[in-house]
Design a protein around this ligand. Sequence first.
Ligand code: ASP
Ligand code: MG
Length: 388
Amino acid sequence: MDIIVLKFGGTSVADNDKLKLVAKKITTLYDQGTNVVVVVSAQGKKTDSLITEAYEISQNPISRELDVLLSTGEQVSISKLSILLNDCGYKAVSLTGWQAGIYTNNVNQNAIIEHINTKRIKDELSKGKIVIVAGFQGINENVDITTLGRGGSDTTAVALAAALEAKDCYIYSDVEGIFTSDPRKISNPKKLKNISYDEMLNLSNEGAKVLHNRCVEVAKKYDIPILAKSTFSDDAGTSINNKIESQKVKSLVKNDELVLMHIPKQNMSFLKLYSLFEKNKIMPIEFIDSVEEFQMLFKSCDCPKLDYMIKQQLIKDNIKVNKISRVSIIGYGIANDNIILNKIIDSISNIDDNKIQKIDINDGKIRITFKEVVSNEILEQLHLNLIG
Ligand code: ASP
Ligand code: MG
């Protein structure tokens, strides 16, 4: 019998009413005669509040224990969903990451799945059960709990779909699929029917939160088509697959959750800086070596760690950290299209030059990095000129 993997995000399981909607989606598919494996995230903003609670106790909570704490969020969701399904007369069983056989490397808070032993899941499916797996977690070789990085439940789902050779993998959230830009930031983005793995990977890497970047990497590697759908509507959603369409702009992302750190070169060598960050298990997403300073770009969720490092280990004076925005325009082959390039230049020509840090032109994406956080109007203007 075919296996289907369904993943529900935090907003989809936020309260009891939403859990009932989720249960309905699951049982409808189960009743059609499919084996169903469900992956769930922590309820609502639970992971955020657990992180805040850890930082209330310590300025630098130790990584191993942070993972023990964060993994509890998903454990609450799987048990509640299983209680509900059993109450509705269905046989369901919840499994934590280790019970589901998800083995990862040793990197706390950013672990990579190395191997999945599917025996337990398959045994439960063969008993006619709906299997509910905690997303975002696994165990390492020391049998310690690890987590996969923020948004990691998507990766759990796609990795399970690959290991179980599932027929389909549906990722449910509160949006109807992948859009030409963030519906919370601009007025009329359009929903895409299809997007290729590479385009989606670019979107995720640039900060679009719809899908975890590693989940797209796994999907591409094992050629698992993903369907991104809404829990709250019957819209067909967006298919993420290996089909590349014509050269055109697919989507625009504005990431406002970036911080740029400027470190003057006096008293600091590259190696010293590198080993300091390595010791603190934090790495920039970009590194720029200019004449007078090192510039390092981080995700703003790394701010608590950065704060701690600056206070404890870096020379406090002269270090500047500022929030910035980056707009990325994503689409296969767009850098080779002069009409698209001209439209981009046109759209940003009336922006004060001092606001723009740099423009990168790559084959599949064009990025405009700003020196400060910029308003959504810039995104709206670019979207209007490039997509309509
Ligand atoms: N609960 C985790 C997070 O908020 C994982 C996930 O939702 O995918 O990042
Ligand atoms: Mg998510």
